[in-house]
Design a protein around this ligand. Structure first.
Ligand SMILES: NC(=O)C1=CN([C@@H]2O[C@H](COP(=O)(O)OP(=O)(O)OC[C@H]3O[C@@H](n4cnc5c(N)ncnc54)[C@H](O)[C@@H]3O)[C@@H](O)[C@H]2O)C=CC1
Ligand SMILES: O=C(O)[C@@H]1CCC=N1
Length: 293
C-alpha cells in the first residue's frame, strides 16, 4: 500500500466522497444522475479536468472542481476515471503514489482492462470496471460492471447501488465487457441514428421535421418499453404489428432487403472489436511498465 494501511475502508455510500477524474460528457451524465437520485450530495463530489469549460459545466451541479487530479485522489473514497482510454494510464501514473486503502477506483474507459489498471496502481488496490451509457443522465442508463481482484463485496454493492439508481445495472465477468461496450455503451448512437433516419423518412413523406423527430423517438421508446415491460420476444412483438398484406410487412421486407439486421449485428461487432483493440494498446503499455518495476 502506498500510504496509510490503517485508514478505514468506508462502508456506506452516504458516507463516501466521490471524485471524477475527467469531467467530460460521461462524467457529467453520471454525476448529474447520481446527484439527481439523492444518493450522493453535490457537496461530497470533486471533479478534475484540464479543460475549464468542462469544469464550469460540471460545477453547475454544485460540485467542487479542480484542475489537479491529485486533489481528487487525496480527498475522495470512490474515484471515477472518466478520461479517454489512452489517458487512463498517464493519469494512474500521475496519482499512483497517493493511492491508499481508502480509495476505490471505478474506470469507465472503453477497452482498458482491470489488469492494466491494477498494474499501474499499488498492490491490492480496489478497482471496478464499469461500462455505462449516456442515458444515465436521465436515469435510463444501462450499465454493466466487473470487479477487479481486490474489490470487496461492499465495493460491488456500492457500485451496483449507484448504477441501479440511474438505470439498469448488471454484474458480469470482465470478458463480456467489450461486447457490452459494443452493444449498450455505444448503442445510444445507433438509436439516435435510427431516430434521425426514421424522421428523415417521415419528412420525405411530407411530415414537418419536429413532428417527425418526436414520433420517431416516442415510437422507439415505446418499442423498447414494450420489450422490457411485457417480457415478450421482440420477434413476437414485431409480428403483432404486421397485419397480413398490410403496411408493416411491406416495410419489414424492405428492411430485410437492405440488410437492416446484418447492419446492426455488424455495428455491435465493429464496436466490440474496437474496444478490444483499445484494451490491447493499453495492455502493451502496462506490460512494459511491469517489466520496468
Ligand atoms: N461518451 C459515452 O457515451 C461513453 C463514454 N465512455 C468512456 O468514458 C470515458 C470518457 O468519455 P467521454 O466522457 O465521452 O469523453 P470526453 O472527451 O467528453 O471527456 C473526457 C474528459 O477528460 C478530460 N481530460 C483529458 N486529459 C485529462 C487529464 N490529464 N486530467 C484530467 N482530465 C483530462 C478532457 O478535458 C475531457 O473533458 C472514455 O474512456 C469512454 O470510453 C463509456 C461509456 C459511454
Ligand atoms: O465511443 C466510445 O469509444 C465510447 C465508449 C462507449 C461509448 N462511447
Amino acid at each position: 500500500m502506498a500510504s496509510d494501511e490503517r485508514e478505514e475502508v468506508p462502508k456506506k455510500l452516504e458516507e463516501m466522497s466521490v471524485g471524477f477524474i475527467g469531467a467530460g460528457r460521461m462524467a457529467q451524465a453520471l454525476c448529474r444522475g447520481f446527484i439527481n437520485t439523492g444518493l450522493i450530495k453535490s457537496s461530497s463530489v470533486i471533479a478534475s479536468d484540464l479543460d475549464s469549460n468542462m469544469l464550469n459545466y460540471i460545477g453547475e451541479l454544485g460540485v467542487k472542481t479542480t484542475k489537479n487530479n491529485k486533489e481528487v485522489v487525496q480527498n475522495c473514497d470512490l474515484i471515477v476515471i472518466a478520461v479517454k482510454p489512452h489517458i487512463v494510464t498517464p493519469i494512474l501514473k500521475e496519482v499512483s503514489h497517493l493511492v491508499s486503502r481508502r480509495n476505490l477506483f471505478v474506470s469507465i474507459a472503453a477497452g482498458v482492462t482491470l489488469d492494466t489498471i491494477e498494474n499501474y496502481l499499488p498492490p491490492k488496490t480496489r478497482v471496478i470496471r464499469v461500462m455505462p451509457n449516456t442515458p444515465a443522465l436521465i436515469q435510463t442508463g444501462a450499465s454493466v460492471f466487473a470487479p477487479g481482484k481486490h474489490a470487496l463485496d461492499n465495493d460491488s454493492d456500492v457500485v451496483a447501488t449507484l448504477l441501479s439508481s440511474i438505470g439498469i445495472c448488471a454484474e458480469t465477468s470482465e470478458q463480456m465487457m467489450d461486447a457490452v461496450t459494443g452493444l449498450s455503451g455505444s448503442g445510444p448512437a445507433y438509436g439516435y441514428m435510427a431516430i434521425e433516419s426514421m424522421a428523415d423518412g417521415g419528412v420525405k413523406m411530407g411530415l414537418p421535421r419536429d413532428l417527425a423527430v418526436k414520433l420517431a423517438a416516442q415510437t422507439l421508446m415505446g418499442a423498447a418499453k414494450m420489450v422490457l415491460d411485457t417480457g415478450k420476444h421482440p420477434g413476437q412483438l414485431k409480428d403483432e404489428v404486421c397485419s397480413p398484406g398490410g403496411t408493416t410487412i411491406a416495410a419489414v421486407h424492405s428492411l430485410e432487403k437492405s440488410g437492416f439486421r446484418a447492419s446492426l449485428i455488424a455495428a455491435v461487432e465493429a464496436a466490440t472489436e474496437r474496444s478490444k483493440e483499445l484494451g490491447r494498446k493499453e495492455e502493451e503499455g502496462s506490460s512494459r511498465q511491469q517489466k520496468r518495476i
